[in-house]
Design a protein around this ligand. Structure first.
Ligand code: T5A
Length: 211
């Protein structure tokens, strides 16, 4: 669906960032800000957001899954195709905004920069699955890898991604920042190292022009 710039049109917003950057912590804050501004919003996540997507998510995060890189990539896009069909496109068509915890920008960062899959191959899948639809605003919570890891260190066993080496997450971070630099119209980089209150001030400012 081509998007225009009218403040009345439904908007597709995503939260991105490395492990422990604060996406889950901040998504409900953003939802409340949008609702307070009179916006009807659907909050969802990737991989996931549908029954099939959540099943694929469980397989993708399971440390017992033996997935080659192309399988991982295709599972992300399989979950995304279902998510677009069942949740995202219908919500936008109803006039709702969509707030999604990760989307294709994560695929470029994790499967592209992290795993080393050719970015052009990802772009082909993006166009195949999404057509022209892209997030209107990508809120990139940025922080050093070690800080994110420390923040999630206290919780249960690491999932299949969290088991990766520091160098993998550094490539992911660098990749996200390159995307943001290449596309300043859509991306807003949020300094996620500061207090939650200051992160949320930045998030407010990053969506203010859309409201
Ligand atoms: N993936 C996903 C791909 O490889 N390709 C893709 O295309 C897609 C869509 C699952 C995995 O899938 C991969 C990437 C992921 O590895 P996920 O569950 O969304 O995706 O991602 P995770 O990064 O694993 O989610 P996390 O829960 O680990 O990180 P969050 O949500 O960014 O962090 P959050 O909010 O849980 O915060 C972590 C801790 O930090 C504290 C919080 O209280 C919490 O304890 N915190 C702060 N502390 C101090 N100051 C602040 N400002 C703080 N903000 C949060």
């Amino acid at each position: 669906m081509p998007m225009n710039n009218s403040s009345q049109c439904p908007r597709f917003l995503t939260l991105e960032g490395g492990e422990g950057a604060g996406k889950s912590t901040n998504i409900d804050f953003l939802r409340r800000q949008l609702v307070a501004a009179g916006v009807e919003v659907v909050v969802t996540r990737e991989p996931g957001g549908t029954t099939l997507g959540e099943q694929l998510r469980a397989l993708l995060l399971d440390t017992g899954s033996q997935l080659c890189d192309d399988t991982e990539l295709l599972m992300m896009f399989a979950a995304r195709a279902q998510h677009l069909e069942e949740v995202i496109r219908p919500a936008l068509a109803r006039g709702c905004w969509v707030l999604c915890d990760r989307f294709t920008e994560a695929t470029y960062a994790y499967q592209g920069d992290g795993r080393g899959i050719n970015l052009e191959r990802i772009a082909q899948l993006e166009t195949w699955v999404q057509g022209e639809l892209r997030p209107d605003r990508v809120l990139l919570l940025d922080l050093p890898v070690a800080v994110g890891m420390e923040r999630i260190g206290g919780r249960g066993g690491p999932d299949r991604f969290e088991r990766e080496a520091q160098a993998f997450f550094q490539r992911v971070r660098d990749g996200y920042l390159r995307q943001a630099e290449a596309d300043p119209e859509r991306f807003r980089v949020i300094d996620a190292t500061v207090s939650l209150a200051r992160v949320q001030q930045q998030l407010n400012a990053a969506v203010a022009d859309l409201l």
